[in-house]
Each structure stands twice: as structure tokens, then as C-alpha cells.
Design a protein around this ligand. Structure first.
Ligand code: 0L1
Ligand code: MG
Length: 250
């Protein structure tokens, strides 16, 4: 394990300072996930793991990073925010992105088919991820961002899950900043569909002998580019059929 890098990451998160990225070029992805585990143990001691998040789910992001598969991170209770006021000071360089979250109703087996998985879901809802990379200007390599728990720092999940709509692969999505629409997209931007992203996660977790359990929540990946947010900004995310969330950074 690269203990110096781990110590730097933990210190950076605790003190709210930023690191130079793109310098840990000798790490493998497998080692990076081990670092993620150790980082999460240090940052979230005794915290409940609520589920997982998918990262780098869009083709353009994967091409930029030189990867062909998405990555995953872990969601802890401590990083959960309700809609409404969010303290801007809790973050260093926050960016918000619209997502669809899925809630697992029954333990999932890695060999389950897509239809079996859909039948094991409680439902879908709108979510906002608040990213906050430990690396200056979000300049990192894929192993560094995996170790940094995929920039996970905050999220808001609308509590009204609805049965997964048949149109889950083509719902209209909008993210606005201070009332002005910034990005418009379709849920298809996430690996074809948030459910396909979930299927990908099931495969990624299986490689680590992990699986999705009843009650897990999964943030299926950013549907548009993330929007940088400043103190005083109001971010609104709407997903057709699923509702909306408003966050006010105070
Ligand atoms: O959730 C995400 O897609 C982000 C993954 C890490 C990359 C980033 O911080 O932009
Ligand atoms: Mg995300």
C-alpha cells in the first residue's frame, strides 16, 4: 500500500487543502481501490455505508481519462444533505451534478439478469452529487481519483422513490444555477441508462467479492458535466417523472 499517498489524502480531506494530481503514476487500479477502502475507514469511522456511487460513466469523461470502464466509490451517511441549505464551507471546490439514484429492495446476485435486477429494485429518484476533489482543479489520474473515493463529498437524494419507470433510459434532465438552465440532457447519457450503470457496478463489485444488498442506495453517475458552485449559489436539478431538488449554498 502507498502509505505516504494515503496519509496525504487523509490529511488533505481533514484540513481542506488541495493536492497536486497526476503524479502517482505507478499505482494500479487494484491498489487504488485498496487505498479507497483505507481512506474511507479513516474519514468515516463508525459511519454507516449507505451504498455506492458510479463515477466517470459518460463516454466523453472516459475518453478524457483514457479508461474504458467507469469507477465506483462509497456513500456514507455523514455526507448526506437534505434539500435546502448546504454549508458552502464544508467543501473546497464543490461541483454539482444531476444523477438518478436507485434503491435496492432485495440482495442482488452478480449473476442476476437485468430484468431480475430491475425486479429487485424498490425504485428510482432524483439526486444531486456534490463533488469535491482533493486534487487542485480536478486534475488527477484515474487511480488518484479512485483513492479519493471518486471525489465523493456530499449528496442529496430526494426521499420519494417511485417504481423504476419504463422510460428510465430517456428521461429529460436539467441542472440550473441561480434560476438559469445550464445543462440539459437525457438519462441515456449514463451508460445508456441508469440501470445499465447499476449492472456495471454489480460487475465491478463482484471483482472485489462485494455485492449490492437490500437497502443499498446507488447513485448511478453524473448525467451532465458537473457545475462549479460558489457561496450564495442555488442549484436546481430536475429529472422528468422523478421530481426535483434545490440546494442553496450558504
Ligand atoms: O461522480 C463522478 O462521476 C465523478 C467521478 C470522479 C471524477 C470527478 O471528480 O469529476
Ligand atoms: Mg457523480
Amino acid at each position: 500500500m502507498n502509505n505516504d499517498f494515503l496519509a496525504e489524502l487523509i490529511k488533505a480531506r481533514r484540513k481542506g487543502v488541495l493536492l497536486e494530481g497526476k503524479i502517482h503514476n505507478d499505482l494500479t487500479l487494484k491498489e487504488a481501490y485498496k487505498l479507497q477502502d483505507a481512506y474511507c475507514e479513516a474519514i468515516y469511522p463508525d459511519q454507516r455505508l449507505l451504498g455506492y456511487k458510479m463515477g466517470l460513466t459518460s463516454k466523453p469523461k472516459q475518453v478524457t481519462m483514457g479508461i474504458s470502464k467507469p469507477i465506483f466509490g462509497r456513500l456514507y451517511e455523514a455526507d448526506m444533505y437534505q434539500s435546502g441549505a448546504v454549508p458552502h464551507s464544508a467543501f473546497v471546490q464543490p461541483r454539482c451534478e444531476p444523477e438518478v439514484a436507485l434503491l435496492v429492495r432485495e440482495d442482488i446476485d452478480p449473476s442476476d439478469s437485468k430484468d431480475e435486477v430491475i425486479a429487485k429494485l424498490y425504485g428510482a429518484t432524483v439526486a444531486v452529487e456534490i463533488l469535491d476533489s482533493r486534487f487542485k482543479g480536478y486534475r488527477f489520474n484515474v487511480e488518484e481519483v479512485v483513492a479519493d473515493n471518486t471525489s465523493a463529498a456530499g449528496y442529496c437524494i430526494y426521499p420519494g422513490f417511485v417504481p423504476v419507470p419504463p422510460e428510465i433510459d430517456r428521461l429529460a434532465v436539467e441542472i440550473s444555477l441561480n434560476g438559469e438552465g445550464i445543462h440539459f440532457a437525457s438519462t441515456s447519457a449514463v451508460m445508456g441508462s441508469p440501470v445499465d450503470s447499476l449492472m456495471e457496478l454489480i460487475g465491478l463489485l463482484a471483482a472485489f467479492n462485494e455485492r449490492l444488498r437490500k437497502g443499498d442506495v446507488v447513485m448511478t453517475g453524473g448525467i451532465t458535466d458537473a457545475v462549479p458552485v460558489s457561496l450564495g449559489d442555488v442549484v436546481t436539478v430536475k429529472v422528468e417523472q422523478l421530481s426535483s431538488i434545490e440546494l442553496c449554498f450558504k
